[in-house]
Design a binder for this molecule. Structure first.
Ligand code: AHR
Length: 495
């Protein structure tokens, strides 16, 4: 074994940052592949144990990680979706074609009531992505009424006829289109901005219902001009701008496999994951010019790894395995969100179940929790926590042309008043000896594995999961011996 690298960390508890919105641990659940159908919805008559058609194993596993918000129904699917197809008796719902994802038929059995009931069952807020690409604002307005009207309007009556008396009260976010620069309509920034203003004028919660945050279809990656246009022309008609950023290790045309990859793929993936920090900083700087009080949120409502589809799966279903590398990406990204808690008020990893960087994979009645799931489980203490600035002296982890800081640390005081640290070692070979300036002790959990692609499979669902981890001492100071390729979250008890 190589000698451990020395890392020093200093936590500035005198300068707390803005609270980490719990919603940065949000989930994205598109009508895509087996994300909804099979993944969370099996229907009332399935042999798979379910509660009102929702598979019980997945529901319970998701409850454990305290999902704060779920975004639905897309994604690209959102701008093809007519909500009226997904309400009423199942036998009367029309069969649609999911033209974005695999060209498969969609019986519309998972619609608005199912989504709202599911998010409610999870204890999560709902984030509905409205169709701005191919339906008029009137239709979108009626959808919002269907969900929120507690009065006696036609949409409230329709909802009651469909079995739901009271309006749902957990509708907290409303998206206006998705990726308008691409699958959402291939618009210019100017046109999309005008369209946002038009739709946002007419789509509101019913009178008396809780307000929702209006989210504009925003940029991807470094499309800074899009942010500039939205802030210039729509600032007063939106509560947030979305940002999408995916990590494709070798680009769109050759993404690379989810498992069985080499060290170059490990290093480039982590380097690209870290790149989101620069993107957030630059989009935020543009927003600061127009909104110095930081009222408008930057919602990273699609992020995560995107690899080649799993061999023998439908390529339109975006089904991929998930390994220790994805756990590193998740932890590094969540740490970045903590550092930008002034602007990043919501994020949604793509996607919750069976699609891209999923929490959970299912096959028939089997389910596995992925390494990414375990990161979200360990990180739930950071929901609503107050972050502290961290100064870190760390060597870099280098491979070929790729270069990232070896260790990353996030620190925050949780809602329960306890101090937590999240520590990530990105070097797949070397341990890190991390020395803090604090005295006291620490204990928590660590996620690591023998191989870069250590993962859980349906045959071996428990290969990788968090195990107990404690701090040590160095010259009277609290320290950590962080193994290679690991993610840890610990509670610190200062003295
Ligand atoms: O998450 C998969 C797709 O990626 C979404 O539908 C789209 O918004 C993005 O391009």
């Amino acid at each position: 074994a190589q000698q451990a690298s020395r890392v020093s960390v200093s936590i500035d508890t005198a300068h707390p940052g803005p609270v980490i919105d719990p919603a940065v641990q949000g989930q994205f659940a598109e009508n895509l592949g087996r994300g909804l159908y099979d993944g969370i919805w099996v229907g009332h008559h399935s042999n798979i144990p379910n509660r009102n058609g929702f598979r019980t194993d997945v529901l319970e596993a998701l409850k454990q990680i305290h999902v704060p918000v779920v975004r639905w129904p897309g994604g690209c699917f959102a701008d093809t979706y007519d909500w009226r197809d997904g309400i009423g008796p199942l036998s009367e719902r029309p069969v649609g074609i999911n033209t974005n994802w695999g060209g498969v038929n969609d019986d519309n059995s998972f619609g608005t009531n199912e989504f709202m009931n599911y998010s409610e069952a999870l204890g999560a807020d709902a984030y509905v992505s409205g169709n701005m690409g191919s339906l008029p604002p009137y239709t979108m307005r009626k959808w919002a009424e269907y969900i929120t009207d507690g009065g006696d309007g036609a949409m409230a009556r329709l909802r009651r006829a469909n079995g739901r008396d009271k309006p749902w009260t957990n509708l907290k976010y409303w998206g206006f289109g998705n990726e308008s620069w691409g699958c959402g309509g291939h618009m210019t920034a100017e046109y999309s901005t005008d369209l946002h203003n038009r739709y946002a004028t007419f789509v509101n919660p019913a009178p008396g219902a809780p307000d929702f945050v209006k989210v504009a279809a925003g940029p991807h990656d470094d499309l800074y001009d899009w942010t500039e246009k939205l802030m210039q022309k729509s600032k007063d008609r939106l509560g947030a701008i979305s940002l999408h950023y995916y990590v494709f290790p070798y680009g769109w045309d050759h993404k690379g496999p989810a498992l069985g990859f080499d060290e170059d793929a490990w290093a480039i993936t982590l380097e690209k994951a870290r790149h989101i920090e620069e993107l957030i900083a630059k989009h935020s700087a543009i927003m600061d010019k127009y909104d110095p009080e930081k009222k408008v949120g930057l919602y990273v409502d699609e992020w995560g790894t995107w690899y080649d589809p799993e061999p023998s799966s439908n390529p339109g279903f975006l089904y991929q395995q998930n390994s220790l590398r994805d756990a590193e990406v998740a932890a590094l990204t969540l740490n970045i969100f903590h550092r930008h808690s002034d602007r990043v008020k919501l994020a949604a990893i793509a996607q919750m179940v069976n699609v891209l960087q999923a929490m959970i994979l299912t096959k028939g009645d089997k389910m596995v929790r992925t390494p990414t799931y375990w990161v979200f489980d360990m990180y739930k203490v950071f929901q609503g926590a107050t972050p502290y600035p961290v100064a870190i002296q760390t060597p870099d982890y280098r491979y070929g042309d790729h270069d990232v800081p070896m260790v990353d640390v996030s620190a925050a005081k949780a809602k329960d008043g306890k101090l937590y640290l999240a520590l990530v070692n990105s070097d797949p070979h070397k341990a890190a000896h991390v020395v803090t300036g604090m005295t006291g002790s620490a204990s928590g959990q660590i996620l690591t594995g023998p191989a870069m692609d250590t993962h859980n499979s349906f045959d071996a669902p428990d290969t990788i999961h968090p195990v107990a981890f404690s701090g040590t001492k160095d010259g009277g100071k609290l320290a950590f011996d962080l193994p290679a390729q690991s993610v840890a979250v610990v509670e610190v008890r200062q003295r």
